[in-house]
Design a protein. Sequence first.
Length: 255
Amino acid sequence: MFGSILAALTAPLFTALGTSVSGAEAFGFVTGALCVWLVARQHIANWPIGIANNVFFVVLFAGSGLYADAGLQIVYIALAGYGWWQWVYGAGRRVELPVTRTTRAEWYWLAGCGLAGTAGLWLLLSRLTDSTVPVGDAVTTVLSLLATYGQSRKRWESWLFWIAADLVYIPLYAYKQLWLTALLYVLFLALCLFGLRGWLADLRRAGATRPRPAPDPTDAGRAGGPTVRAASARPVTAGAAAAEPAVGPAEPEQP
């Protein structure tokens, strides 16, 4: 049964731009576009749709000699499970995970892993496989992994990694004559710009609406000024204010 499904996915489905398009590439196009659109909309369904996309791309890339990209899809599936859990439970008690910025420590970690991963993967592909594009395959694989990590944590900078990866993917797939997939990544690039704008707007909106901490009433005393006593929480109406005697300087007692 598995063999028949694999044969159906690798068989030519139609011809586009003078090149035959397999079922895996066609279904990868549809699920990939839908997945990125759902991510931009911060919809939880992006994760299961993305897993389906990864399965189709494993078949497509393995048959095209893009071995790192094929292996990357397996990693994507594992990361999708992590990201799915993070989006549901990452903020605690099923509260929606907010969009946040990448921390400085994360930038250092991402830079180190990115450089080491690219160098290691390039050596692996150039020496142990017949890949004709070891550098491009390594760079796009590492950028995609960094982007997926950021996406799972809802870091808005993850879109920057996706954009960088797409700019390399488009000519890479065109070189491999995967024209429909190259077109898909042009669409991905446009959706990434849409997602970047939307997540950044959410980030700024969250920063504008975040409540500021109340001032400590003892701060003035510590600074050398008079200590201010906190006002009563009971609201004072106009009638109540009129009923209470005004406090002013004491008048001298009449003899």
